[in-house]
Design a protein around this ligand. Structure first.
Ligand code: B12
Ligand code: SF4
Length: 583
């Protein structure tokens, strides 16, 4: 029975997969679209913060991203369904009609599906108050009201404080203490009227909500709202499960492609070491997690505090049974060799040293990350002596970045290569708008794509950039793999398995290179098995076939295993990358 003294809040974490792809997956038109899912840190921190403040709150979290991932894994046993019906079905699982429904839109790619959800939610619960928050709407708070008549309020920036104030308003109205929700004094909260009022005064940028200074006020994030079993057993990047957490927020740097420091501000705020230790112990001992993903933008930015944390974690055995990872990587500007040792002492499977560009000129003038590349190389070399796998990442396609600057040579286990996607709110985005490359009033968010971009610049066309990114990935991580070149064959084989083959069975460059590593290790049977599997994939999978057509000339040993028909059709591939990239 519903207690009218309570306030029911339904939080929704949408999939980052664009709506049209979700349609394709659910209708089973394309069963190969792999939806990812990740701990919705923002939502569980908002829930814990507000729950600590008010005892009348009942939270439910609809983790669509996670549910869709499981639909994909179980697709052979699922019936084809439309997105709309799928969404209606999962909304029907919610027992209490919510007073507030909040959707978290971190990514532009989640916007269209969230608008559709908004409509379905208002069809089902017309009296609920529907709110949007997160990174994407932080930069587009005003357009939400043009795009949907179902959304009541939009939150700009971090929202612990603004949401708490807003919840009290909704509650007062529910109890009959007030006639209407009043947002006039709550920073960072907009309805259509407030947007229009500000527009009439020439203000188009949203004012951010107040930021929480003491992150300990969040307490233990509301992990209890997640399907812990699903997270413990499954994840995107591990063959087992993982859980994400953040120890701090904010970054004082100003890389031109980054939206993070705009959303979270330039001042670093950190949770106390005791809070972090308590969270880790909860995740390990109460929930049974092994893999902990640290999503911090600038890990260990407060050096002394971090060193003390690492010492405590080691001395108190908090990391016993835990494996850490940090996809956002380590900042070269923050790290030194000593600090790196403290980081590695926690127990990382791999570390990532972020450079973004191998050109010192681009570092200073284009990317503005201002990484000292000599220091980066020294840190990477030092990390190797600590026995940890080392990765880095490269972004191509900054405004005014010529192909000449898109060069780098660095000895790491793996390089993540991306095309620069101009993210709303960033300096790079504003530059592309100024160059007339992006029309901010005409963006198809469902097709904005995070892997490639659609406009040409005078330095590089969109097609060239996409090919460059793909080719650099293939040539650096596979045919020019640094572990292979340096005789670290065990390590190379493990990487091909862990990074690629457990997920992408069709990946023939990975199969081929793993076979080459096995041959060097005198594991002839394993090598033969991989080469035969590569041939089987070429014959059965169109993606493998495309890879063979493009990179076949780099895999001469496969010729011995293929019959005439396939051999004849391989065209030597004119690489989109010049010799500089083929290390
Ligand atoms: C974890 C993470 C991911 C995870 C997914 C996270 C998830 N939960 O689904 C993964 C690994 C999948 C990921 C992938 C990518 N990511 Co990412 N990611 C992050 C990261 C590091 C942390 C997010 C987080 O948890 N923040 C901490 C919480 C506390 O903050 P928050 O989520 O913003 O929530 C606060 C407010 O936004 C607000 N809020 C949020 N939701 C809601 C909802 C309501 C109702 C309300 C009221 C308020 C509210 O209140 C919260 C608390 O204050 C951020 C950087 C950052 N520091 O935020 C980048 C970030 C979000 N990612 C970014 C990008 C670009 C990407 C990628 C494109 C990278 C790539 N090249 O592949 C991909 C694309 C994803 C896709 N479409 O497939 C950008 C997004 C910028 C943008 N405008 O789109 C960010 C900001 C980093 C950056 N480079 O600037 N990412
Ligand atoms: S990319 Fe990292 S270092 Fe650069 S501004 Fe963003 S959070 Fe800071």
């Amino acid at each position: 029975m519903k207690n009218n003294k309570n306030l029911d809040v339904l939080f929704i974490s949408p999939s980052t997969m664009p709506l049209y792809q979700q349609e394709q997956l659910l209708s089973q038109f394309n069963k190969n679209l792999r939806p990812t899912f990740e701990t919705p840190t923002g939502l569980i921190e908002l829930a814990s913060y507000t729950r600590n403040k008010y005892d009348y709150l009942n939270f439910t979290l609809l983790d669509i991203a996670q549910k869709l991932h499981f639909y994909y894994l179980n697709i052979e046993n699922e019936a084809p369904i439309t997105f709309e019906q799928y969404a209606i079905n999962i909304l029907n699982e919610i027992k209490n009609p919510p007073d507030i429904v909040g959707i978290s839109i971190l990514f532009s790619s989640a916007y269209m599906s969230s608008l559709k959800m908004a409509q379905l939610i208002k069809d089902k619960w017309p009296d609920c108050t529907l709110i949007f928050g997160g990174g994407h709407v932080t930069f587009y708070h005003d357009t939400v009201f043009k795009d949907s008549k179902f959304v009541d309020y939009v939150f700009v920036g971090e929202a612990e404080i603004s949401l708490a104030k807003f919840i009290q308003e909704v509650y007062d109205v529910k109890l009959g203490n007030k006639p209407n929700i009043d947002i006039s004094t709550i920073l960072g909260v907009y309805d259509e009227e407030k947007v229009k009022l500000e527009a009439s005064r020439g203000i188009t940028k949203g004012v951010f909500g107040e930021t929480l200074v003491d992150l300990d006020e969040i307490g233990l994030p509301a992990f209890d709202l997640l399907d812990i079993e699903a997270y413990r057993t499954h994840s995107n990047s591990f063959t087992t499960g993982s859980i994400g957490m953040m120890m701090d927020r904010g970054c004082p740097f100003s890389c031109t492609y980054c939206a993070s420091m705009i959303i979270h501000g330039s001042k670093i705020r950190t949770k106390s070491n005791q809070r972090i230790i308590d969270d880790l112990l909860y995740l390990r001992d109460e929930c049974g997690f092994v893999n902990i993903v640290l999503w911090d933008d600038l890990l260990a930015a407060r050096k002394n505090k971090f060193m003390e944390l690492a010492q405590r974690i080691n001395n108190e055995g908090v990391n016993k049974g835990l494996v850490f990872s940090m996809p956002s990587g380590l900042s070269v500007r923050v790290m030194d060799e000593n600090l790196l040792e403290y980081v590695c002492s926690l127990g990382f499977d791999y570390i990532r040293i972020m450079i973004e560009s191998g050109s010192q000129y681009a570092q200073e003038h284009i990317v503005k990350k201002r990484v000292n590349l000599t220091k980066a190389r020294d840190l990477i070399a030092h990390a190797r002596t600590l026995g940890v796998k080392v990765e880095t990442n490269i972004l191509f396609g900054f405004p005014n970045e010529t192909k000449q600057y898109m060069q780098e040579t660095i000895d790491v286990d793996w390089i993540q290569v991306f095309a620069l996607l101009p993210l709303p709110g960033t300096e790079a985005y504003d530059e592309f708008v100024a160059m007339g490359k992006i029309d901010p009033n005409d963006i198809d968010w469902d097709h904005c794509g995070y892997g490639s971009r659609e406009f040409d610049t005078k330095e590089i066309t969109a097609k060239e950039l996409t090919e460059l990114v793909y080719d650099v990935n293939i040539y650096t991580n596979f045919f020019g793999n640094r572990n292979m070149l340096n005789g670290r064959y065990e390590r190379a084989a493990k990487y091909f398995t862990d990074m690629v083959l457990w997920k992408y069975k069709f990946h023939i460059p990975a199969l081929y290179q793993r076979a080459m590593a096995y041959l060097q290790l005198n594991k002839n049977e394993e090598a033969q098995a991989d080469l035969q599997e590569a041939v089987a994939q070429i014959k059965s999978s169109q993606i493998a076939r495309n890879l063979w057509d493009r990179y076949g000339s780099e895999m001469p040993h496969l010729n011995n295993y293929l019959d005439e028909e396939y051999l004849k059709t391989v065209k030597p591939h004119p690489p989109s990358v010049d010799a500089g990239f083929r290390f």
